[in-house]
Ligand binder design. Structure first.
Ligand code: 8X3
Length: 245
């Protein structure tokens, strides 16, 4: 059997890095794409994959990624994240812009660029990393929830528009995942505030849990499209309903 190629954006840490490892373990040749070259080079060396420095907000960078990947069986649009925890009234609109640019426009830019390569595979899967924030609004998260709602709708739209083609379109939507950087970035580098997000929670998800779900979605038989998969820790019944000891 010929090797299948997977591209993972945001592969430098967290869910992206764990997904690159999981897909490599499942037999894919994994292209690790992210801005931080040193991190993806180390990851690619570890998993026998390939590192391509890529900023999803930069058209030239994404074009270079696409030029390096003529055939793509799995695309995991993972690059994105949250910035700020503020009410709509006073939120930093620069943060809103950045969140839309990465979680939505960046995802679309990479997808547009790689669609010829996805078609060329004859059997492709696109997995967009959404969030429970794409399903429910919560206070002080308006910029992120708006962007992740858009991620969800773009995913649905792509599925409609590509119907009849050999390309499946899925969304994996995690709840609380404790990673090295997600909350730290959201809180502008304040480690104490980032740690408080997970305080007292009996086992938040870890990146490997989500990577496992993404890998499962990406490895179903060709005729099976997992439209959406919401994954939360047992301790989290809803964004607002988190059991803490
Ligand atoms: C991360 C989940 O609850 O912080 O996408 O919005 S949450």
């Amino acid at each position: 059997m010929t090797t299948r190629t997977a591209v993972v954006t945001g592969a430098s840490s967290g869910i992206g890095a764990a997904t690159a490892r999981a897909l490599a373990a499942a037999g894919f040749h994994v292209v690790c794409a992210a801005r931080r070259s040193d991190r993806i080079a180390a990851l690619a060396a570890e998993i026998g994959g390939e590192a391509i420095t890529c900023d999803v907000t930069d058209p030239e960078s994404v074009a270079a990624l696409a030029a390096a990947v003529p055939v793509c069986h799995v695309l995991v649009n993972n690059a994105g994240g949250a910035l700020g925890v503020d009410p709509v009234e006073t939120a930093d609109l620069g943060h809103w812009q950045q969140m839309y640019d990465t979680n939505v426009i960046g995802l679309v830019r990479v997808t547009q660029a790689l669609l010829p390569a996805l078609r060329a595979s004859g059997d492709a899967v696109v997995v967009n990393v959404g969030s429970i924030a794409g399903r429910v609004a919560y206070e002080n998260g308006g910029g992120y929830t708006a962007a992740k709602h858009a991620t969800r709708v773009v995913t649905e739209t792509l599925r409609l528009e590509l119907n009849g083609e050999p390309i499946r379109i899925s969304e994996v939507a995690p709840g609380m995942v404790q990673t090295e950087e997600f909350s730290l970035v959201r809180y502008g580098g304040d480690q104490a505030k980032a740690d408080a997000v997970y305080a007292g929670v009996d086992q938040p998800l870890v990146a490997e849990d989500v990577a496992d779900a993404i890998c499962w979605v990406a490895t179903r038989p060709s005729h099976v499209n997992i439209d959406e998969l919401v994954i939360k820790p047992r301790a989290q019944a809803a964004p607002h309903k988190v059991h803490r000891s």
